[in-house]
Design a protein around this ligand. Structure first.
Ligand code: SAH
Ligand code: SF4
Length: 352
């Protein structure tokens, strides 16, 4: 929803100014998904809006529920016929979290990541990023789900810091009481480690969580897993994170996708802890061990026992670590596994 377009529309048609505020509330507080639901507006304005203004900037092609009903994935067709995906996760009773996308594809091209396989197509606009939230709020209302969205993670398709300004504008809307009114601390932005982005983020959003997709702490391996590590190597990343902690005094969330025989040994755990301790005090880190979802055949997930072992090693060495619950693995609905497949390719999936 682009309020600027609505404002122009209202002026052009000679409607009173206060209608804009009414419309903003209908969209961002009442989560109407059809102008017909806008009962406070006069009939002619409702009809006019229905003809001229789309509430969402994309067309919803499909929603797919996971078997455990803890995750729903949505596929959207953008105006230029590109596709993006986003996920709604039930994180606890009455609480939902949204995994949002910031780009179509991704330029980092991590070989284990379905989005990375696509390469970068384009940035999403602020409207396209924020509308993902709008859509899920409408969905919760329509489906009469019990609960509300309390958190957003920018862990969908794309590298948020390569689309910094528009992601930042979207984060501002998520926090603003006039729009979604979420708590900064319930929003997380995840990056592969784009250092200029980390520096800017520390200044602009010291209250919003930063997550780093680390996966390896030696350059040789990380160059393979996260190809742009070559431009932003681990020594520089360590320095940038040290500075981040110094200026914000905030924890950094470390994401570590666990892959069998790649980065899951006792030695890997020891080296990881050593690297973190060199970067900043142990209390500033929480490691999210992410079981690999086998979207790319070349990589395999570590066994659950190995993941448990890895977790216990980290904990023993004094760093907080948890294995991320794989909500919605059957719909590849966990964050970071989204590829914006065309609608027809998804036809076999269970439609809701
Ligand atoms: N580009 C950003 C944010 C999107 S990716 C980043 O890399 O941080 C979000 C997370 O999903 C990253 O930690 C990524 O490594 C992880 N991920 C990607 N593909 C995955 C897969 N198949 N299984 C599990 N996690 C995956
Ligand atoms: Fe891009 Fe993140 Fe996927 Fe790497 S893991 S290709 S940075 S979306």
């Amino acid at each position: 929803m682009n309020l600027k377009t609505v404002e122009k529309f209202l002026i052009l048609r000679g409607h009173e100014k206060y209608r804009l505020r009414q419309i903003q509330n209908l969209i961002y507080k009442n989560f109407i998904s059809d102008w017909n639901e806008a009962n406070v507006l006069p009939k002619d304005l409702k009809e006019d809006l229905s003809k001229k203004i789309n509430i969402l900037s994309f067309v919803v092609k499909k929603t797919i529920k996971s078997k455990d009903l803890k995750a729903v994935k949505a596929l959207f067709e953008l105006k230029d016929k590109n596709y993006i995906e986003t996920v709604l996760l039930e994180t606890s009773t009455k609480n939902f979290s949204v995994c949002a996308s910031t780009q179509v594809g991704c330029a980092v091209k991590c070989p284990f990541c379905a989005t990375g396989k696509m390469g970068l197509k384009r940035n999403l606009s602020e409207e396209e990023i924020t509308d993902q939230l709008l859509f899920w709020n409408q969905y919760i209302k329509k489906e009469k789900l019990d609960g509300k969205i309390s958190g957003v993670v920018f862990m969908g398709m794309g590298e948020p810091f390569f689309n910094y300004d528009l992601t930042a504008q979207s984060v501002k809307k998520l926090i603003s009481p006039d729009f979604f009114g979420l708590a900064s601390r319930h929003i997380s932005v995840s990056t592969f480690g784009y250092i200029p982005g980390i520096r800017k983020f520390a200044k602009d959003f010291p209250q919003v969580n930063l997550a780093i997709s680390l996966h390896a702490v030696n350059n040789l391996l990380r160059n393979k897993l996260v190809p742009l590590n070559k431009d932003f190597p681990l020594e520089k990343l360590s320095k940038a994170l040290g500075e981040y902690v110094e200026t914000t005094h905030r924890k950094v969330f470390i994401e570590y996708v666990l892959m069998k025989g790649v980065n899951d040994s006792r030695k890997d755990a020891e080296k990881l802890v050593k690297w973190l301790r060199k970067t900043a005090a142990a209390k500033y880190f929480t490691i999210n061990i992410i079981p690999y979802n086998e979207t790319v055949k070349r990589f395999k997930a570590s066994s659950p026992d190995q993941a448990k072992f890895f977790e216990s090693q980290l904990q023993m060495l004094g760093i907080a670590a948890t294995i991320r619950k794989s909500l919605g693995a059957d719909i590849q609905g966990a964050c970071g596994q989204l590829a914006g497949k065309k609608a027809n390719k998804l036809k076999k999936s269970k439609k809701v």
